[in-house]
Design a protein around this ligand. Sequence first.
Ligand code: PMP
Length: 304
Amino acid sequence: MHTFLPIAYFENQFIPFENAKISIATHALHYGTAAFGGMRGIPDPGNPNQVLLFRLERHCQRLSQSAKFLNYDLPADKLQQIIIDFVKKNKPSKSFYMRPLVYTSGLGVAPRLHNIEKDFFVYGLEMGDYLSPDGISCRISSWTRQEDRSFPLRGKISAAYITSALAKTEAVESGFDEAILMNSQGKVCEATGMNLFIVRNGHLITPGFEQDILEGITRDSILTLAKNFGIPTIERPIDKSELFIADEVFLCGTAAKISPVKQIETFKLPETRPITEQLKEKLSAITENKDPDYKEWISVIPLE
Ligand code: PMP
């Protein structure tokens, strides 16, 4: 079971998490007309009176953009202030994950985005490793990632996660840890809540935005790190067969961080992963605010 942070932001105020309740007639519950974010924070290893958040500004910007698809104007700077206040109220003492959600909060029946109230809440939970840091096994999903022509894939829209949920359960129930989904063009897309990278001949390769991926913030951070390390990076379509013969494959996301892949279907991947390890180590130092070159990615929140 999860350990939830004690205070939630709900209906414009901070209240105990267990009192934040919605009606069974809430529109978003029926149609998935909601969008969410996911952010990680940790207590500052160098100062117990402060908390470090990774790329707060970028996360708030993405959620504000997702809200636009719901016909809801939620400025990123407003969101950012609420998240900071949320952290100060909760004073988390362990590694945690925050889940802001914008949704159609009215009690209407017709699927629509106009003439229905919207709202926004935030709650949090303690979170350690989401996937095993030692390497995971993946299957190729029988489910295909949605296409941008029928779904706003630039937003993190709740309804899209039925596909992730189907793919994850299919993978786990058939003995794997995670699923890799192809897109409608039959190219490699991403996992159920993570973007995907492969390494071939010293090149770091990941599907581009035109491949129907979610515009992951960890993905963006990794591309920046790799460029600064001098690792050649390529954003291009990836074929399924490349996965099986790659030198390294890893998944990345806020919850999963960098998760090495050790097996895909029946193909075992090499056990040495120099580029994955180099990126992983750097990302972890940055999130602990130990790397002055990337200080602008970290928000330091004093707990008073
Ligand atoms: N793809 C999907 C479908 C996701 O849900 C996530 C998690 N937000 C990601 C990729 C990774 O995105 P990020 O690095 O911004 O967490």
